[in-house]
Ligand binder design. Sequence first.
Ligand SMILES: [Zn+2]
Ligand SMILES: [Zn+2]
Length: 283
Amino acid sequence: MPVEARKGALICDRCYRSLRRHLEDAADLIGHLRSIADPTKAAVYDRVSTGGSRPDIPAPVSADLIDSSNDIMKTLREWALRVQFPDQGWRAMGLEAGIDAAAAYDDAAGCADVILADFERLVNTVDVKLLGDAVLTRHDLRAPVPWWSVADGLARWSLEDNRARWATTPCPDCGSKTVLVMPPRRVGMSARYACKSCAFDKTDRDDGGFWAEAFAEEIPEAKPLPHDPRRLTLTQAAKLVGRTTGTVRGWVKSGDLTGEMGRYWEADVQAVAAQRRGEGVAA
Ligand SMILES: [Zn+2]
Ligand SMILES: [Zn+2]
């Protein structure tokens, strides 16, 4: 029996939610894949290709890590281009060799944002079937896969930090221990605390951040960092010091600026910019 399509969409409700969630998770996945592919956080491939003076032997990197981050990035870029320039031919490229986790995350998040911003329209076009295939196709991961979907990547390397869990703290409204703690789906989004027994449903931003405190113990690895306004995206960092994103990315690549998951401390950015000015370095 055919499943009823979601109202105003060509796919069913379940696929709609699944597709949306996978797109929201895609950038975190890319960042995660790059950070495990590149444990030193240095540009392993650059070192190989330039045959530089450093004697370090690059850690072996699983081909799956490279292939999956490459395929998923291609999907994101292709769809971001399709959404922005529907009438043009597009040929999206995979991940640049040696790109670090932060820059890869930034890039992927930018693409996912473009797609998600147009999501409600997209799900009502025939394109949604193609997008659904690219994102949700599940291959048998016990054998080499022909290509990696976002769902394949998430199945193979789960984003543990993003898993919802039951709070040990009882619900402040009904007293049941049935509050589900849902960490932010991605950097910049809210954590959510929802009781399954009553209508209690709050985010970490509600009531001046009170609930984030109340349920803090539930997310031990929760970093207050992503919500700190002094943590900047690559674009914000570039704007702050009046440079291009390419320049700031160069600082990241050269190791002068270190960030985490595509965010950089405001003070670090300013320090590197000041240092570069002092040295009279053009870029
Ligand atoms: Zn469906
Ligand atoms: Zn409750």
